[in-house]
Design a binder for this molecule. Structure first.
Ligand code: SAH
Length: 459
């Protein structure tokens, strides 16, 4: 950060503008908008500027004594020597100075602003690219409606009352976020402030309404952040606490709100950092503190994600929750690897199974899996790969059936290893694959040779 962004109170403070032309007039206008009194010094002063209320004009060349009693200075002359002189004296006297379009002479720079007073957004590229800054402002201009001014003024009107009623700063923040991000805000924005006020008072009336914690059980997809849903993203930026595990990729965790607390609950094979019951309890505890808790899970929460168990506990405790589906590994990974899960010629159905070993064995319906014309997708199957292939062959699947293992599908580290039921265990053993890996079995795997060039690349 090259500059410290601050908002300065200049109400009734004397500010100096050196220069009397068009730019000086504009700068004086901004100062006057902020409530300042403005002294303008120049040999010639635009009459419109001289006539503005709260403007004291001095028709003269700049001299050091013009700085007396001044809080802030803007130099907007086209004479660099004058600008240098103003800058030097201002710095000697420790008065903040801005010289228009001359960053070297400035002790502060003026941002581009988006004014929805009392809401104010300031932009700066630190002088690197004023055009980029203006473009950014243009974009925000379209997404922050004019009547946000009204919303900010509404919030200001109730600020003291809410502060008295809700003394904890954390709870107060949640209260305001709920009010300004929900129906209350909608009412204000459409101009119905009476209803908005009634709703706000209702929220304040009971402790339960002030802060209601909730849990968002959100599927984060298989890894590529581009595969998040809009809803996932919106809730990720709203939550106060994020509870996540290994399967959620780092770039995705980093897209959660910057100041949110992030809790890692682990879960690698046989190395459960927190047991499932402990995770369930953690979610309940956090929600009861009034927090908006994001339980972020890889893929889809309801596919081998134990999401069902987590919400069962929440439901039993009466904690509000919502579930946001995600792209499950099977569909994300298959498309990035160029393998269609069904195909008229090769597979009319597709099965998702878990290859998780329990006491060293895989408890699966082998006869059903070995049937022809279907695709079998195995989650958590790498460690049982030998058993998987040999059991399928034993139950009648041809040894030549194509099979693929996809490592870290949809991410930069995606790797696809293919073979047949007979050869793949041997190939996988020397490939040193890294978790997570997904196994896809069936005729569709062959299509990869034709289709892999057309599938989306990890971004
Ligand atoms: N709920 C998740 C699955 C959790 S089980 C979902 O819907 O995708 C964990 C298993 O998912 C891993 O062992 C692996 O088999 C699979 N998996 C998840 N993400 C993956 C990825 N990016 N690449 C390959 N496999 C993945």
């Amino acid at each position: 950060m090259d500059y410290l962004p601050i908002f300065l109170n200049v109400k009734k403070q004397l500010c100096l503008v050196v220069g009397g032309g068009e730019i000086a007039k504009r700068k004086a206008g901004v100062l006057l908008d902020a409530g300042a009194h403005v002294r303008v010094v120049a040999p010639e002063i635009d009459p419109a500027l001289a006539k503005m209320p709260h403007v004291e004009s001095i028709v003269a060349r700049f001299e050091a004594h013009h700085l007396d009693g001044v809080t802030l200075i803007i130099a907007a002359t086209n004479d660099r020597d004058v600008n240098i002189l103003v800058s030097r004296i201002a710095r000697e006297r420790n008065i903040p100075v801005n010289v228009v379009d001359d960053p070297e002479l400035c002790s502060f720079i003026m941002p581009a602003i988006l004014d929805r007073s009392p809401l104010m957004v300031a932009f700066s590229s630190g002088g690197a690219s004023p055009v980029l800054t203006r473009m950014m402002r243009g974009k925000l201009e379209t997404i922050i409606p004019q009547n946000y001014s009204r919303l900010a003024a509404f919030a200001e009107r109730f600020r003291e009352q809410v502060k008295l009623r809700v003394s904890s700063p954390a709870k107060r923040r949640i209260f305001w976020e709920n009010a300004l991000d929900g129906v209350v805000a909608e009412k204000v924005l459409t101009g119905d402030e009476r209803s908005a006020e009634a709703m706000l008072q209702q929220m304040l009336a009971s402790e339960d309404n002030i802060v209601r914690g909730e849990v968002y059980l959100v599927g984060a997809g298989p890894g590529d952040p581009d595969l998040l849903t809009f809803r996932a993203l919106r809730l990720m930026q709203k939550a106060d606490v994020v509870v996540y595990d290994n399967l959620v990729s780092k770039p995705i965790v980093e897209m959660t709100r910057r100041d949110a607390e992030r809790i890692f609950v682990g879960k690698k094979r046989a190395d459960h950092t927190l047991r499932q019951e402990e995770i369930n309890e953690l979610l309940v505890r956090l929600a009861k503190q009034g927090k908006r808790v994001l339980r972020l899970k890889g893929g889809d929460p309801f596919i081998f994600g134990r999401g069902g168990e987590e919400i069962e506990t929440l439901a039993a405790e009466g904690i509000p929750f919502q579930v946001v589906p995600g792209i499950t590994a099977a569909s994300g990974v298959a498309s990035y690897a160029g393998i269609p899960l069904t195909h008229r010629d090769y597979a009319q159905s597709c099965m998702f199974v878990t290859g998780h070993l329990k006491d060293g064995t895989m408890n699966l319906d082998w006869d059903a899996l070995a049937r022809p014309k279907q695709t079998v997708v195995v989650y958590m199957g790498l460690h049982g790969l030998d058993t998987l292939c040999s059991e399928l062959v034993k139950h009648g699947m041809p040894e030549s059936t194509p099979i693929a293992i996809v490592q870290q599908g949809t991410t930069q580290n995606q790797r696809v290893v293919t073979g047949t039921l007979a050869t793949l265990p041997g190939i996988a053993a020397i490939e040193k694959l890294q978790a997570p890996t997904l196994i896809i079995i069936g005729g569709v795997v062959k299509l990869r040779e034709k289709l892999q060039w057309f599938h989306p690349q990890p971004s």
